[in-house]
Design a protein around this ligand. Structure first.
Ligand code: AMP
Ligand code: MG
Length: 323
């Protein structure tokens, strides 16, 4: 069975192709970026509309198949930006009708988790999902994906991006912040540390960082931002591991590309005798391959959608998904 997956929840338009053995035959994407300023939904949708043809044909070429070989069409149903989700779902519907193949809409957050289980040896992890809009600690417990901790306001990626925008570093800000943090003298600037129970919040730290831009070097602020935000995320992740008794931590989402977060995660796992699993960057960031793979898992259960019942769910929560 061959599954073609379309990702369009936010700045990435991706097409991935996977087979039933979990082999990724193609993972192509085009990512919206700016030199200054952030992401405007209407502009991002334009970007996706302009890129879909090229990304799709590149993916099909990489896989060495023809579209007629595809057995199921999968798309990101949510959560995400309505404007951009609509483009992926419309393309999926068109392909499904054209190729006369079944269609299935999948949850983007679960797709991040399941691609991690497919491409690493981890079996039953606590999943630290750190992306632009989403920041959640997810684990499978009592027949459901449950959220053990999450951001109370903005996602950690958006937090980093918002700081980067204010500092004039462009979008996405994560990679720039990581680069500058490495150049810091290592001077830690005191920032609020906001963990509430198992949840965390970044809005207050962002306000504080913006105020400090005039008083401190941007390198030291980037360094302090990373040390603070990542420690918060790992404190809650460690508690989720202690609570569930799980011995595996899986990282996912665009922020999981950050080497400092990876290093801190490995150190935490090492200290508690657990294993830390990290994906290649192309599968951490939003991608079509993970959508294809989760679509394939759904297709095995024959969880297809009727074409006239397909929809997007911009606010779909991980714990609402029926496994
Ligand atoms: P996603 O929504 O999962 O594609 O992730 C996108 C987010 O990941 C954006 O907010 C980026 O700024 C962030 N990101 C990408 N690379 C890095 C990095 N090296 N360090 C921190 N954040 C990053
Ligand atoms: Mg994501």
């Amino acid at each position: 069975m061959i599954s073609l997956g379309i990702e369009s929840t936010a700045h990435t338009f991706g097409v991935g192709i996977a087979d039933q053995k979990g082999r990724i035959l193609a993972n192509r994407k085009s990512v919206y970026a700016t030199k200054h300023g952030g992401m405007i939904p209407a502009k991002v949708s334009e970007h996706h509309l302009e890129s879909f043809e090229g990304v799709l044909s590149d993916a099909v070429n990489d896989a060495g198949i023809s579209l007629a070989d595809v057995d199921v069409i999968a798309y990101s149903k949510g959560p995400g930006i309505g404007h951009t989700l609509r483009i992926g779902s419309a393309l999926a519907r068109s392909l499904s009708l054209l190729l006369k193949k079944p269609i299935v809409g999948v949850n983007h957050c679960i797709a991040h988790l399941e691609i991690g289980r497919a491409l690493t040896p981890c079996k039953d992890p606590v999943f630290l999902y750190v992306s632009g809009a989403n920041t959640q600690i997810i684990a499978f417990e009592e027949a459901r994906y449950r959220i053990f901790g999450e951001t109370l306001d903005i996602g950690v990626g958006n937090f980093i991006d918002a700081f980067a925008r204010e500092a004039g570093l462009g979008f996405p800000g994560g990679p720039e912040v990581e680069k500058l943090a490495k150049k810091s003298s290592g001077k830690y600037v005191e920032l609020p540390y906001v963990v509430k129970g198992m949840d965390f919040s970044f809005g207050g730290i962002l306000t504080q960082l913006k105020k400090m831009l005039k008083e401190h070097s941007v390198e030291d602020l980037c360094f302090s931002l990373q040390e603070t935000a990542f420690a918060m995320l790992l404190e809650a992740s460690e508690r989720a591991m202690a609570h569930t008794g799980k011995k595996e931590l899986l990282l996912g989402g665009g922020v999981a590309c950050n080497k400092r977060l990876q290093e801190m995660s490995k150190a935490m796992c090492f200290e508690r005798g657990a294993k830390c699993f990290i994906l290649e960057n192309q599968f951490n960031a939003d991608n079509g391959a993970m959508i294809a793979w989760l679509g394939l898992l759904e297709a095995r259960k024959r969880n297809f959608e009727k074409i006239d019942k397909t929809s997007i769910l911009p606010y779909w929560r991980t714990d609402e998904v029926q496994p």
